[in-house]
Ligand binder design. Structure first.
Ligand SMILES: [Zn+2]
Length: 246
C-alpha cells in the first residue's frame, strides 16, 4: 500500500461516501489477495468493481503490483474510460471491464490477470474438465477462449468482442495472454479467480502425468451445489482476508 496519496473526489461520488470507501477498501483487499495467491505478474493484471454511482466502476491503478494496492491506488472510470476520480494512471486494458459492465448487468466485479497456470491453459486448446472440486465451479458447461487476438485489449471494440465471447459464463481464457473472471460481487470474482487457477494447475499436472479421470457433468453440478454455496464463497474470502493479515 502507498501512504500519503490523496484521491480527488468527484461531486457525485460524495453522494455515497460510506459505500464508496467500503468498496475501495474491499477492492484493494481483493487485489492484494490475488497478488499473493498466484495472480501477480509484476505490475500487470487488474481488478475492478462497479461504483455505487451508475455506469461507473473503480479500477486498480496502473504501475503497481496487485499485492501493493491500497484504497488510494484505484481510479473511478465511466463506461467510456474517462477517469472521474483518483490520481493513479489508468490501465490500458480498461475496455475489458467497461464493455463487460455495459453488457452484463449481473456482474459487479471483473478480474483480468495473467496467472501462470491459467495463462498456460489458455494456450493449450484443451477443454477445462472437473478433475478437482474447483473444476466443478466452471464445468459444465465449459469456459470459452477468446482467440481473436493475443494482443492487449486496448479498444472498446476488442473489449466488446471479449464480452461477447464471455457471454453468460463466469470466466474466459484470453489465448496466449491470461484470464478474465466475473462475479456478482468483489468476493465472488476474487475467489472464482483463485479457484480457476487451481483447476488449471490440476489439469496441467494430470495431463502431463498421463491418463486421468474427471467428474461426469451431472455429478459435477451436484458437487458445485454442495461445495460452492454463497456461504462457502464468503468463507473462502474471509480465510484469505485473515491470511493476508497474518
Ligand atoms: Zn492483460
Amino acid at each position: 500500500m502507498r501512504e500519503g496519496q490523496v484521491s480527488e473526489v468527484s461531486p457525485r461520488t460524495t453522494l455515497f461516501p460510506g459505500a464508496t470507501q467500503a468498496l475501495r477498501e474491499k477492492l484493494a483487499t481483493a487485489c492484494c489477495i490475488l497478488g499473493s495467491e498466484g495472480h501477480n505478474d509484476i505490475v500487470y493484471g487488474h481488478m475492478s468493481a462497479r461504483s455505487p454511482v451508475a455506469e461507473r466502476f473503480w479500477l486498480k491503478g496502473a504501475g503497481l503490483g496487485l499485492e501493493e494496492i491500497g484504497p488510494t491506488d484505484l481510479v473511478e472510470l465511466d463506461l467510456d474510460g474517462n477517469v472521474l476520480t483518483g490520481t493513479a494512471a489508468r490501465h490500458l486494458e480498461y475496455p475489458i471491464h467497461s464493455e463487460i459492465y455495459r453488457r452484463r448487468h449481473d456482474v459487479m466485479a471483473v478480474v483480468h490477470t495473467h496467472p501462470f497456470y491459467g495463462t498456460v491453459f489458455g494456450a493449450m486448446h484443451a477443454r477445462l474438465l472437473p478433475l478437482t472440486h474447483e473444476g466443478t465451479l466452471f464445468v459444465p458447461p465449459s469456459i470459452p477462449t477468446f482467440t481473436l487476438t493475443a494482443d492487449l485489449i486496448l479498444t472498446p471494440e476488442l473489449g466488446a468482442a471479449v464480452a461477447e465471447t464471455l457471454g453468460s459464463h463466469r470466466a474466459l481464457f484470453l489465448v496466449n495472454h491470461g484470464i478474465v473472471v466475473v462475479g456478482t460481487g468483489i468476493e465472488e470474482a476474487c475467489v472464482t479467480a483463485l479457484l480457476l487457477e487451481k483447476a488449471c494447475r490440476a489439469q496441467i499436472a494430470a495431463q502431463a502425468a498421463g491418463e486421468f479421470a474427471w467428474t461426469p457433468d451431472e455429478e459435477a453440478l451436484r458437487k458445485r451445489a454442495h461445495i460452492y454455496t454463497p456461504g462457502a464463497i464468503q468463507q473462502i474470502w474471509s480465510y484469505h482476508c485473515r491470511k493476508l493479515r497474518r
